[in-house]
Design a binder for this molecule. Sequence first.
Ligand code: NCD
Ligand code: ZN
Length: 345
Amino acid sequence: MINELIFPKPDDMHLHLREDELLKVVSKHSAAQFGRAIIMPNLQNPIINSELAHKYYDEVKNHTKVHDFEPLMTIYFNEKLTLEELKRIQISSKIIGIKLYPKGVTTNSNKGIDSFNSGYKIFEMMEKLDIPLLIHGEVNDPNIDIFDREKIFIEKNLINAHKEFPDLRIVLEHISTKESTEFVKETSNNIAATITPQHLLYNRNELFAGGLKPHAFCLPVLKREEHRVAVLGAAISGNPKFFLGTDSAPHKKSEKESSCGCAGIYSALNAMEIYAEIFDRNNAIEKLENFSSKFGADFYRLSQNKNKIKLVRSSNKVPNSIKIDNGEVIPLLAGQEINWNCSAV
Ligand code: NCD
Ligand code: ZN
């Protein structure tokens, strides 16, 4: 039995750090475990250009000074992105890619694009400049069943876009379905996917286990067991196209426990311990290192982090709640015991 692992600091390839008070608290949690993280641009005022991304970078750095942590910024896909702006994005060492939200699919996506094909002119320029496109892969048609929105996004949009722009590197974020795992596996090496802890741990029953569970609500919404099993299979397969992205997305408790609760699960405080728990429970702990510290870096053409983390098998209780000014955030697995502890070496 493996009781201790030491490996290069992992990268969280999909992270929400928010702004103000939340940013101050949650950025430190990620910085304590991860060497780098890709920071999502869906703030209340989205990060729509390189100037805003550089300002946000400085804020994140300011809050994470004591750690060896590098935020990798993203731009919110928008139709105002000109060739000049794309060139600025390409040469910035602080910006890693552009994140596309179909309008209305998730938190702060009301400035997203309504028709996927309207992005083609910009995709073409991104392909030439070799700027990665990160996608929230769900259709925004309210008439489509919410459990089918990811699958239909692939059929209707992604297959065509990849045919049209085969050299564009695309990351399908937070995959939640069997269809996504198949699409990514079968397509070229320019297509990869991030995987969250919640899509590995739970199927959709979790949303209704003993009553309505707002803290299990995220987007893409949890799916049937066969999908969880497929996503888990992809994560522990050792296939380099699947890598770690927590999608840690904090919302205040009062905003989740509400008549119209926000989507998003907070996992950053114990992210590596939770992934270790999941891989270990599935007899795949030896696959954790590459999933966390290598495959994502390779896809984004980054070298691995120099510093290391240590994961030790020992009991660890996830806190019931995390205090912030004027409220609290409830973490994934709140109050539950897990069997791993993570520290910087
Ligand atoms: C994210 C958020 O709250 O910003 N929510 C979520 O449920 N995952 C946005 C997103 O990644 O969809
Ligand atoms: Zn997200």
